[in-house]
Design a protein around this ligand. Structure first.
Ligand code: TXA
Ligand code: MG
Length: 350
């Protein structure tokens, strides 16, 4: 891989903190550093530095009203970024951090509106990744980091995805291997009553509700057009591969047959076509050349973890049109379908 950004290779299970000193120095002097988290790779900059935040938006080509998530190494550091670490926030942080849960609270004066997309609230989380945590710890202050992809593209779960989108657009890239989970954190807004999940993820609304012992509004993936509260970033085109992606409704043999017919029809028209299928449905497709197997319906974590990798593979293989199975009847269906529907630009075939 030829690289233009400075690159560091770090084994997440075996590294010395000092190996991150140079990357921390770049951050502390206002630079941009890509680092791994357990969910997806993040594009980091000092959260208190308005100019650095602007550089993030420029590097990603991201609209400036789409706020960044602020990453911390502890509840104590979180307190410096928020006006008030409420009791509810503390309960969630103690239960789910470090981990894939982002909490929205009123921001403190330490966080400029450039970082929060003009809002007076801030999204914070403590990632469950030793490289990320050590890097933040060395910096000694919160690090703002959106997913490390160009705006609109699938989030990066492997270092090759990061290089493809951001090499030369950032000062440094820390290669910490493939990420563990592969989908972005759940976002819960604690500034509204009742608290509302703005983005689904590995931690479900039901788990948050159990921890808080109060009602929590969840997102309904079947009614994407309702006025349920959404994170500002959710209104933009997202996660999209270059191929025209379609979701085929139905999770049975007849849906699989329909998918095969559609993919063959497209291929016969001369289009490079693809089918995204679960292990269970793969047997319905004779044409293995077109097949991208995403994982087992009995292991929704596997499907969630492979989703962005498959979207990237479609691009690498120059696929022009792709048909994907639906996943409304499995665990993590909200988190998976929320991304798939956006990646497909809401093209759902009934
Ligand atoms: O897992 C993750 O959350 C990853 C890793 C890198 O930590 N980060 C991530 O960041 O997914 P990003 O920028 O791709 O997505 C952040 C989402 C956007 O939809 C944004 O609108 C929302 O969080 N968000 C950030 N601050 C917010 C706020 N104050 N109020 C509402 N939504 C907010
Ligand atoms: Mg993103």
């Amino acid at each position: 891989m030829s690289t233009i950004s400075k690159s560091f290779q770090i084994d997440p299970h075996n590294f010395e903190r000092a190996m991150l000193n140079e990357a921390a120095k770049i951050l502390l002097s206002g630079g941009l550093v890509v680092f791994p988290t357990e969910t997806v790779y993040g594009l980091g900059a000092l959260a208190r530095d308005a100019t650095a935040a602007k550089r993030i938006y420029a590097a990603k080509g991201r609209p400036s009203d789409n706020p960044l998530i602020v990453h911390v190494d502890s509840i104590r550091m979180a307190q410096t970024a928020v006006a008030d670490m409420t009791d509810e926030a503390r309960v969630l942080a103690e239960k789910f951090w470090p981990g894939p849960l982002t909490i929205i609270l009123k921001k403190s004066e330490n966080i400029p509106t450039e970082t929060t997309g003009g809002l007076d609230t801030v999204a914070i989380r403590m990632p469950d990744n030793n490289i990320a945590l050590s890097l933040i710890e060395i910096c000694g202050e919160p690090i703002a980091a959106p997913s490390a992809n160009l705006s609109g593209r699938p989030s990066p779960t492997r270092i090759s995805h990061v290089y493809e989108d951001l090499d030369g657009r950032v000062d440094a890239i820390i290669d910490g291997g493939d990420v563990e989970l592969g989908l972005e954190s759940t976002i819960v807004d604690l500034t509204v009553t009742p608290p509302a999940v703005l983005r689904a993820g590995f931690i479900g609304a039901d788990e948050i509700q159990r921890a808080l012992k109060i009602e929590v509004r969840s997102r309904d993936i079947r009614c994407e057009t309702t006025d349920a509260p959404k994170a500002p970033g959710m209104k933009y085109r997202h996660y999209a591969p270059k191929a025209r992606l379609f979701i085929v409704s139905g999770e049975d043999e007849s849906a699989a047959k329909k998918t095969a017919d559609l993919a063959h029809e497209a291929r016969d028209k001369g289009l490079k076509s693809a089918i995204i299928s679960s292990c269970e449905f793969a047997k319905y497709y004779d044409d293995k050349d077109l097949l991208y197997v995403i994982g087992s319906r009995n292991d929704s974590k596997e499907i969630a973890g492979n989703l962005y990798d498959i979207l990237h593979k479609l691009d690498e293989d120059n696929v022009e049109i792709a048909y994907c199975e639906s996943f409304y009847n499995i665990d993590l269906c909200e988190a998976i379908m929320e991304r798939l529907i956006k990646a497909a630009g809401h093209r759902i075939l009934e």
